[in-house]
Ligand binder design. Structure first.
Ligand SMILES: Cc1cc2nc3c(=O)[nH]c(=O)nc-3n(C[C@H](O)[C@H](O)[C@H](O)COP(=O)(O)O)c2cc1C
Length: 349
């Protein structure tokens, strides 16, 4: 851990306390710091993932809608850039989920993160059979208990401050409700709205094994996000990162937090179109929801890769106001760890 000029020097006590509080999560992940780089479609590819893992954190590839062949190449390319452990995030509704799990198995990926709903039957077993650990998102206490009974190795609890798809409850409430009950059973990583190390120290004190951040890593120098996408992050404040609005109560769409732009209207139009198809019984509900998810993947690509931040989706969490410049992943991690150690240092006073 290196001190950055922006912060007062941290004593050995602060560092030791941080290391001790992170040791369970770091051991679980096989890295120095119990900090997961939350998978972000189009952003969390080989370069950012390897940079985070090389910096002592834990990068996670966002598989998103990738085919098994593409994932195969992405994992191999990431392994060429880092010898450190990293994970792969798979979306449960992907039609080739089991093929993707097999690809992870062939590459001996140590951790698979399942996102986008409860794991389908047989998927946990399939992942474990490859030797990998399974990490799932737990949106509520009852589901967390169910997932633990099903054999997950760790959980992520993510609040509505986060960027991307979100649940209805804030990180601070989820942490208070869930950590006292489940943190001793499996390692729990807290996500959503974390922009500084003081918050990391706070969640570790509450029993978290570690944290997961996404928004804070988008502007890493190694991130391939388009310069327009990064500039939008650097300019934005917390209140610019708003949740999408559900148009039709019959079409339950998971809200997405992104920076306000003209793309919101495009999403409204898309919902109207899909709701119309439901009316005409041209599509079933599951198909309608998948169409909405494909819309998001396309809109995010338009902003992240093409740089169209007006019509694409600039998914960002409320911590976006704390992203103020582009800097190497290692510097972001060092600063977060410094802030956390400093906060823990002050505990003695
Ligand atoms: C641009 C962007 C894209 C994301 N894409 C995904 C994704 O494909 N799969 C996923 O599980 N989470 C996704 N997330 C959520 C992150 O993995 C992470 O949990 C979240 O960013 C943490 O909250 P924070 O943004 O407040 O740090 C995305 C977040 C952002 C900002």
């Amino acid at each position: 851990m290196t001190d950055t000029l922006a912060h007062p020097p941290v004593t050995a006590t602060g560092r030791e306390r941080l290391q001790r509080r992170m040791s369970r999560g770091a051991t679980f992940l096989g890295c120095d710091y119990a900090v997961m780089g939350g998978a972000m479609s189009w952003v969390s590819e080989r370069n950012l993932v390897a940079a985070l893992s090389n910096a002592g954190a834990f990068g996670v590839i966002a598989c998103g809608a990738m085919s098994p062949e593409l994932l195969d190449r992405e994992i191999a390319a990431t392994q060429a850039l880092t010898g450190k452990p990293f994970g792969v995030n798979l979306i449960t509704m992907h039609p080739q989920l089991f093929d993707l799990i097999a690809v992870c198995g062939r590459h001996r990926v140590g951790h698979v993160v399942l996102a986008g709903g409860l794991p389908p039957k047989g998927s946990l077993e399939a992942i474990k059979a490859t030797g990998a650990k399974v990490v799932c998102f737990a949106p509520a206490l009852s589901l967390a208990k169910k997932l633990i009974r099903s054999g997950v190795d760790a959980l992520v609890i993510e609040g509505m401050e986060a960027g991307g798809h979100i649940g209805p409850v804030s990180t601070s409430v989820l942490a208070q409700e869930m950590l006292p009950v489940i943190a001793e059973q499996v390692p729990v990583f807290v996500a959503g709205g974390i922009g500084r190390g003081e918050a990391i120290a706070g969640y570790l004190d509450m029993g978290a094994a570690g944290v997961q951040l996404g928004t804070k890593f988008v502007c890493a120098t190694e991130s391939i996000a388009h310069p327009h996408f990064k500039q939008a992050f650097i300019r934005a404040s917390a209140r610019d990162a708003v949740a999408s609005v559900q148009l039709d109560p019959r079409l339950p769409v998971i809200p997405v937090r992104a920076l306000k732009n003209a793309g919101a209207e495009l999403f409204t139009a898309k919902q109207r179109e899909v709701a119309g198809k439901l009316d005409e019984e041209a599509v079933a509900m599951a198909e309608a929801q998948l169409e909405i998810e494909h819309y998001w993947a396309g809109a995010l690509r338009r902003a992240v890769i093409d740089g169209d931040i007006e019509h694409g989706s600039v998914m960002a969490g409320q911590s976006v106001g704390m992203v103020t410049r582009e800097e190497p992943a290692a510097a972001i991690i060092a600063e977060l760890m410094n802030e956390a150690a400093h906060a823990l240092d002050r505990r003695a006073a």
